[in-house]
Design a protein around this ligand. Sequence first.
Ligand SMILES: *Cc1c(COP(=O)(O)O)cnc(C)c1O
Length: 246
Amino acid sequence: MMEGRVEEIRHNYDAVQEQVADAILKYRNRGDSVKVIVVSKRKSVEVISAAMQAGIDTFGENYPEEAAEKMDQLGPEQPTWHMIGHIQSRKAGIVAARFGMVHSVDTFRIAEKLDHARLAGASPLPILLECNVSGEESKFGLPAQQRNRWPAILELARQVAALPSVVIVGLMTMPPWSEDPEFARPYFAKLRQLRDWIQEEDPRFILPHLSMGTSGDYIAAIKEGATMVRIGTAILGSRIQLNEEK
Ligand SMILES: *Cc1c(COP(=O)(O)O)cnc(C)c1O
């Protein structure tokens, strides 16, 4: 049973990596790389263990407490954990102490909380600013649909840059859902344009990372410059309740 699960995950992961490599070859520059973050929200620690056996080293989680519980259950052999979900300020301590990167910073207040909570002596926490490039109201993220909102993002980035224990390394977005894999492409392009604009306006910013693309649209995201894709169902299968999949 366990072996079967490892094989299935390995098969899915290899297939995604092959698609990623193919897309880089076709649409990007030589030497570009795209990191696959495997999204394990609502997946049990057994599934995560199997995924680690299948060679996966980086996981994305949305809920700090759920993630911390899984980290504790896993024991000393830990993969790298990325926080990709909305962060409530009272959970910032867990996130700052236990995650290697945060994709979902969308207020100065959260950046400040993460900065305060980062343990003394730890390296600065790499963070991404989550931007809402579609204007969709149900989405988190800094308003970025209209260009006249961009200066406010630059201003926030400058404030965050003054914090000693966090460092902005790029931008993240979650476009509106669609069945069409190419639908989100203009939103991905917009995130890249926003990143380029910030770097031009203030060359002190070095923002190599664009976290964009999920199971349904990661090829479109790679076409538009993604350096990290966040993939759940295409690798770990559909999300069912934790206690159903032991
Ligand atoms: C759940 C989630 C994903 C993964 O979505 P899949 O469709 O399962 O690949 C990626 N990013 C965020 C922010 C998510 O919440």
